[in-house]
Design a protein. Structure first.
Lengths: 437, 364
């Protein structure tokens, strides 16, 4: 795998697990700790890090300070997000270590979820559990149910066409792992979602299936009330700001769709170019076999074209694995956001309908009945949550796309640099004067 | 009614006297006249590897390149090819002295010197004892022709595909621009990056045009392979001629011997008629022996001169072939170097564009 570009700094955007060691990884050997291991005192006092524990992605050493780094400066050094606002981060989640399970009924992949947290909601400072895709799917449904006023991040696509994609190939599993990791990190970053009970259970429960079967409904007050809103109410006009969000999301999804198509087309053309190159190079070898003095130069050209072919293959693989999935993720994201907008509309519609009904019944004036007040409450909370989430989403989107597109540019630069090196190295060989035999 | 369009090439001869260049003659020639000149050279210098003409019709084109003979790019490349052809002849130690070549450069009317020997070049025949060097050379020229054709075909396909890759990137320009319209902070970065994608997409046209020059250099040697084969064929023709003459002489000697000794071993019409109509008189036999002895003498002289001719041919041809080999190695090395330089330039341009785009993205 090519390493990440030296200039890019990790953010909440996608980054390779290899680039960044776990922020709370201490000098003691405590990777992959089970839920019942004794916590080391170091972790409980998570704030006092030594500088020697930090490995910065760009290979530099941390700015020397004699005192232990505070968590905010730790964050500043690891992530230059506008997002963080110096908030203390007390929850870290990582998805890694995919494993294949072969059972009589089915074969599936599980991923290891490692959680480190100092929050009171967590009994232990560290957890390690294994989850499969359908567990993530369950989590997402529960979140949608219990936090309907918030934007829930998307999951990678559930279904894959069997026969076309190998569900167990290394590339597919790795792409999925990255997406699942991203999913959990987005929830972790969310000030409301990260405290959700289902999320907690997902991260900590040894037997998730048992919990699922119990069917404990832990709906928040909002969830309960929104759940009961039927689709019977029709909103007349969406308020301007939400209409603007709706329009934005429509156009945004459209443009992303176009970019996805273009990117796919480029990869397709590049693969066809690669096919021709793989025939082109060897012809120089064939020619070389006929010649005397020209044999070495021709063979050199053949090898050079071979190197360029390999570089091109690496480029197309990278784009397929790293670029396309993130685009698709954002298209799914904007789709789910549009449905949240619709739910908001319904809540507003219910409120307006009830208000209208009250206005027609003259007796209840001037006192506004309790249930209408409740509706108004609901609507205002929804609007506030949604607006806050939109702003957070816009910021994250900007980071993510900046990183994604810079990554694309980088991969292309690396490709051309590899080819340049190959051709430059062959010039002296071509200019070499052959001694007369 | 046909309307024929003819492209004429103007060339000028420049004479250098007392360090001054003086334009002496200039006249127009069309492609078919160049063909006549080359046919003449093939016939009169059979042991020389005669430089080839540029292609008559556009071959090995990738789809964006025109296959039209009237297309200005094709005409220009043909002009370069024809100029190169004349320069090759002018720099050849033997061919540059040819009178017809001089006339080609100076006389307005150019006569076609028909020669039956030209037709003989295409005849098929079997040679018993060819010179191994020529056989090897013929195999080499066949294989060279085959490999260069293959190379040119694949190169054209590679060019086609590369064109596609670059051009699709142009679509990013438009979509980034449209997207930037709905974005606040990201807008400028996207817009300017889109511009660089447009630059990238349009850069391929010049790149591939330059590469055509490389293809033309390869093509010249593709056609040179044909010229090589022509020399080998000429050797085969001479060898065949020699073998036939030797065979004829041997048969006549045999006949003569039989007549003298009275034994009939070989079949002859005379032998047949003798059997049917009776023996000939001793005077008749003497007369025949005399004729045969004369023919044998003549034949031996001819064989001697043919042998000499053959050896001269081999010597001269091989000298020119050695010269040709040196030229080929020099030229093709140079062609490969210039190809590598083109690739390097293309890579550097690519790095530049994507670095610019990356900077725009970083400002998003």
């Amino acid at each position: 795998l090519p390493g990440s570009p030296p200039d890019a700094l990790p953010s909440t955007g996608p980054h390779s697990l290899r680039d960044m060691p776990h922020p709370l990884a201490g000098s003691s050997s405590e990777e992959a700790v089970g839920g019942d291991s004794t916590p080391s005192p170091d972790l409980l006092m998570a704030r006092s890090f030594g500088d020697k524990d930090l490995i910065l992605p760009n290979g530099g050493t941390p700015a020397g300070t004699s005192s232990p780094a505070s968590s905010s400066s730790l964050l500043n050094r690891l992530q230059l997000d506008d997002d963080i606002d110096g908030e203390t981060r007390d929850l870290f989640v990582i998805v890694d270590d995919p494993k294949k399970h072969v059972c009589t009924m089915e074969t599936y992949i599980t991923y290891r979820i490692t959680t480190k947290s100092t929050r009171v909601e967590f009994d232990l400072p560290e957890y390690s559990v294994r989850r499969r895709y359908q567990d993530f799917d369950w989590l997402r449904s529960k979140l949608e149910e219990s936090q309907p006023t918030h934007l829930i991040p998307p999951l990678p696509e559930k279904f894959v066409v069997k026969g076309v994609v190998d569900r167990f190939s290394e590339e597919f599993v790795e792409t999925r792992r990255k997406a699942l990791d991203k999913f959990l990190k987005r929830i972790t970053d969310h000030p409301v979602l990260s405290f959700n009970e289902h999320f907690n259970i997902f991260l900590t429960a040894k037997d998730l299936n048992a919990y699922k079967k119990q069917g404990i409904a832990l709906l928040t007050r909002m969830g309960e009330s929104v759940k009961h809103v039927t689709g019977g109410y029709k909103l007349r006009t969406r308020p301007l700001e939400f209409a603007a969000i709706g329009d934005y999301l429509d156009t945004f999804a459209l443009k992303l769709g176009t970019i996805d198509r273009i990117a796919q087309r480029i990869i397709k053309e590049e693969i066809e170019y690669l096919v021709e190159l793989r025939e082109y190079g060897p012809v120089y070898s064939t020619w070389s076999a006929l010649e005397g003095e020209l044999a070495e130069p021709l063979e050199g050209v053949s090898a050079c074209i071979g190197n360029c072919s390999t570089a091109l293959e690496e480029l197309t693989d990278d784009m397929t694995e790293d670029f396309l999935p993130v685009l698709r993720e954002y298209i799914l994201y904007s789709d789910s956001m549009k449905s949240v907008l619709k739910k908001r509309d319904q809540v507003q519609a219910e409120y307006e309908a009830k208000l209208e009904a009250v206005a027609l019944r003259k007796e209840d004036r001037p006192k506004v009945p309790a249930d209408v007040e409740k509706c108004q409450d609901r609507m205002e909370c929804f609007n506030a949550d949604l607006k806050a989430d939109m702003e957070r989403w816009q910021n994250n989107k900007r980071q993510d796309f900046r990183q994604l597109l810079m990554g694309m540019a980088d991969k292309n630069i690396q490709y051309y640099e590899k080819c340049l090196m190959a051709w430059e190295s062959i010039i002296p060989l071509l200019q070499e004067k052959q001694e007369a035999k | 009614m046909y309307e024929t369009c003819v492209v004429l090439f103007l060339f000028r001869s420049v004479e250098h006297t007392d360090g001054q260049s003086v334009l002496t003659d200039s006249l127009w020639r069309r492609y078919s006249e160049f063909e006549l000149l080359r046919s003449y050279l093939l016939v009169y210098y059979p042991h020389i590897v005669v430089p080839p003409l540029p292609e008559k019709w556009a071959e090995f084109v990738w789809h964006k390149l025109s296959a039209d003979n009237m297309d200005p790019d094709f005409v220009e490349r043909r002009r370069i090819g024809l100029e190169n052809f004349l320069l090759r002849i002018a720099s050849h130690p033997i061919l540059c002295r040819d009178k017809i070549f001089y006339l080609f450069l100076t006389q307005v009317f150019f006569f076609y010197l028909a020669d039956s020997r030209l037709k003989a070049l295409n005849a098929t025949f079997r040679v018993k004892n060819p010179d191994k060097r020529f056989t090897d050379l013929k195999h080499y020229s066949d294989e060279l022709q085959s490999v260069i054709s293959h190379l040119l075909r694949v190169r054209a396909r590679v060019a086609d595909r590369l064109y596609g890759v670059y051009k699709v990137h142009g679509n990013y320009g438009r979509v980034f621009s449209e997207w930037s319209a709905i974005e606040k902070e990201m807008g400028d970065g996207l817009q300017s990056a889109g511009h660089h994608m447009d630059v990238y997409a349009s850069s391929i046209d010049d790149i591939l045009e330059d590469e055509e020059h490389y293809a033309d250099q390869l093509k010249e040697y593709l056609f040179y392979a044909e010229a090589l084969r022509a020399v080998c064929r000429k050797h085969e023709l001479m060898q065949y001629d020699l073998e036939m003459a030797a065979q004829d002489l041997a048969s006549k000697k045999q006949q003569c011997e039989e007549l003298v000794t009275g034994t009939v071993r070989t079949f002859s019409l005379k032998g047949m008629t003798t059997k049917l109509f009776g023996q000939e008189t001793p005077e008749q036999r003497e007369a025949r022996i005399k004729v045969l002895e004369e023919q044998i003498n003549e034949g031996e002289q001819q064989l001697k001169s043919k042998n000499l001719e053959g050896r001269e041919f081999v010597k001269n041809a091989w000298a020119d072939i050695e010269r040709f080999k040196e030229q080929k190695n020099r030229d093709l090395k140079e062609a490969l170097i210039s190809y590598a330089v083109m690739q390097i330039s293309m890579c550097k341009k690519g790095i530049q564009v994507w670095t610019n785009a990356k900077e725009c993205f970083s400002k998003m």
